[in-house]
Design a protein. Structure first.
Length: 375
């Protein structure tokens, strides 16, 4: 039987995306046109700049998505788009393209929830023998999101934790900038990770006192509660830098001090993520929800130090479940989908729409956006 072919559009934030995916889990094309360089000096996404860039880039993205998939528009069986949540004007670029195209082709249309699409991505990307089974947890950690999601089925999702202020990725970026690290090929967050790893061992004597006294203990915000906060970490680093004697007499901050701060930040960020993830598992356990898979995705998930901390935390959780006599404990699989499919893309939108197309559950061509939309 011929697989169902979906052409999907995504433009909820600052990436212009188009992709072609089939019901047999084949990603025929996945085009992402980034525009972060346009927004860097605004310190966030500038809405009207983003809207104009989407308008400029979307036609080319769709053209390329069809070309790379080696199909013509006549081969498209259904058109999907991100209905929300996101920046209204940005969403409208992808949704207008999708609706008009579907109407012109007289093909079915499906509007997709962006976060649900992120949560369902591992069902598209994982090898068949590692497919997560419902219910599973997704820790989505990027420049745009810091979320702990429980996916119970293709249509049931719950956000267990989100950030009270900024995303973990932005905190990595800000700290890397404060420490004056260079943008590497992989960006500021990865530059901070590399600095922590390769910055070298150093003589505590250089700091003039013990490391523990020199570098402040960075906080674990809202302990015991499901909720993230990362601005408290980067502001602690900022204060520590500003109060260092060299900042006051304007000589340069010693390398050893920067390195100690970078490591303290990365450890505190990892500690927060592992601690909230463990709380999420306990939340599920209290409700008799047996979670066997945890999917960790987004740009920050490529951090090897963090991956290691997450593994250790899960092992500890397993041990404590066993010793506390809980008979509910099942081994937990930690999955890291490829980063390019965890960051914003249209392949995940196509995949999240697939079950609706296959069930014949379509949206009308008049469907409206939902820039604010809970899961
Ligand atoms: O998911 P992503 O590529 O894109 C968006 O969020 O749009 O995430 C990018 C974020 C940036 O803040 C970047 O600094 C961070 O992920 N990041 C990292 C690492 N690689 C990327 N943070 C920490 N360690 C890394 N290795
Ligand atoms: Zn996203």
């Amino acid at each position: 039987e011929k697989p169902f072919t979906v052409l999907a559009f995504e433009s909820s934030a600052d990436d212009t995306c188009a992709a072609v995916v089939t019901s047999s889990r084949q990603i025929l094309s996945n085009i992402v046109v980034k525009q972060h360089v346009l927004h860097e000096h605004f310190g966030g996404i500038h809405p009207s700049v983003a809207i104009e860039a989407h308008q400029r880039n979307m036609p080319g993205a769709v053209r390329r998505a069809l070309e790379e998939a080696k199909i013509t528009v006549g081969d498209v069986d259904g058109v999907a788009f991100t209905r929300g949540p996101g920046i209204g004007g940005c969403l409208s670029v992808g949704s207008n393209a999708a609706k008009s195209l579907a109407a012109a082709l007289n093909k079915p249309l499906v509007g997709v929830h962006h976060m649900q699409a992120h949560a369902l991505t591992p069902l598209l990307t994982a090898p068949l023998n590692e497919l997560p089974t419902f219910p599973f947890l997704t820790l989505l950690i990027s420049g745009g999101h810091t979320l702990l999601l429980l996916a119970s089925s293709l249509t049931e999702f719950r956000i267990l934790a989100t950030t009270a202020d900024e995303s973990v990725g932005r905190a990595f970026d800000k700290v890397a900038r404060m420490l004056e690290l260079d943008w590497g090929k992989r960006g500021l967050g990865a530059a901070l990770e590399d600095f922590c790893r390769t910055g070298g061992d150093f003589d505590e004597g250089q700091l003039g006192r013990g490391l523990d006294d020199a570098v402040p203990q960075l906080p674990l915000p809202m302990p015991g509660q499901l909720g993230f906060s990362f601005s408290c970490l980067h502001s602690s680093v900022e204060r520590a830098l500003a109060s260092h004697p060299s900042s006051i007499n304007s000589s340069s901050v010693p390398h050893a001090y920067k390195l100690a701060l970078a490591r303290a930040f990365q450890s505190a960020a990892a500690r927060q993520l592992t601690s909230k993830l463990t709380l999420g598992l306990q939340w599920c356990e209290r409700r008799d929800i047996t979670v066997r898979d945890i999917v960790v995705s987004g740009g920050v998930a490529s951090n090897a130090f963090l991956r290691d901390r997450l593994r250790v935390a899960l092992d500890e959780y397993a041990t404590s479940s066993v010793t506390s006599g809980s008979d509910k404990y099942e081994p937990i699989q930690l999955l890291f989908p490829p980063v390019e499919l965890c960051t914003d893309n249209a392949a995940m939108i196509a995949w999240a729409s697939m079950h609706r197309f296959l069930e014949g559950d379509h949206d009308p061509y008049t469907i409206e956006l939902r820039s604010k939309w809970s899961v």
